[in-house]
Write a new protein. Sequence first.
Length: 359
Amino acid sequence: MLQGIDPWIVIPTLLLFTTSIVVLFSIDHATGGGDRAAKQVIFAAIGLALFAGLSFIRTATFEAFGPWVFVLAVLLLLAVLLFGQTINGTTGWFVLGPISFQPVELVKICFIWTLSWYLSRLDGQTFSWKPILLSFALLVGLVGLVLLQPDFGSSMMLVAIWLGMIVLVHRTKWHLGIVALGIVVTVVVGWFLLADYQQNRLLTFMNPDLDPLGSGYNVQQSIIATGSGGWFGRGLGLGPQSQLHFLPEQSTDFIFSVIGEELGFLGGGTVLVVYLVLLWRLNLVSRLASGSFGSLMAHGVLIYFLGQVCINVGMNLGLAPVTGLPLPLVSAGGSSIIASCIGLGLVQSAAKTARPRQT
């Protein structure tokens, strides 16, 4: 059933890439220049090549590298703090000429990889605080380095990945309490670790009218853009909010608002349906994959996609604070695309070992 290349993973990926390239071409054409669409084609090709290459490697091979990818993640975060470039107040990019890379996107996949390796060794064991505390220590190390950039959105995604995977391993009432306590502690402590502009983002999320021309501007413009598309949209290249630059970061953080404005509710809804198909397949692989490592890996990638889609779409609709998280496989930028394709390649490798479904 899941042997070979799984079309239920490949087809949604190709559809999302196609949507991204078309919308970015629309933005480039209407603004009289830019090469976002051309770059996205290159990034998509690299991502698909990585996906294909990883899908043919045995899951056991990936499992053997579990501890080392965590070392890689730490080294990447340390290197970007020392040698990275600051963009929009965040020291989170390596820049070499026209090429830029945001390592925190790859770090998310590395954390899933390492956590899958570690938790797979607890398979069948009863509840214990020790593995939870040890895995939490890994989380704290990465989150601390990410917050030094600072990148609050990515740090919260790492927390979400950890919580989701811990609950998967031990489905007990103890863990529900851990999740609740973790959320409360994260919110309280995180608030005091935020920079002033990040606190303002959260406050204006709850009430955009507090600063309509400042930190609340992005949210208001994204809501206007999304709503103005109606059922069928204004047409590619014809969205005034996005094409006249009222909507900031229209090719990255707020690309879903461009989709809503130019392709309407039908276009935005179709994109969400495609994501649902992909998430359904990731969930199926996580339940059927042979071996706990492959199952955990698929579950972690599922959390990664679900979290970033919900947060990105939510902030475009004014339902979540602006955190700068990209829309996977759609937002412009090679870092997110390459990380997403690596994650999907790891899942595809696990899918090839899946057990047949019981009828």
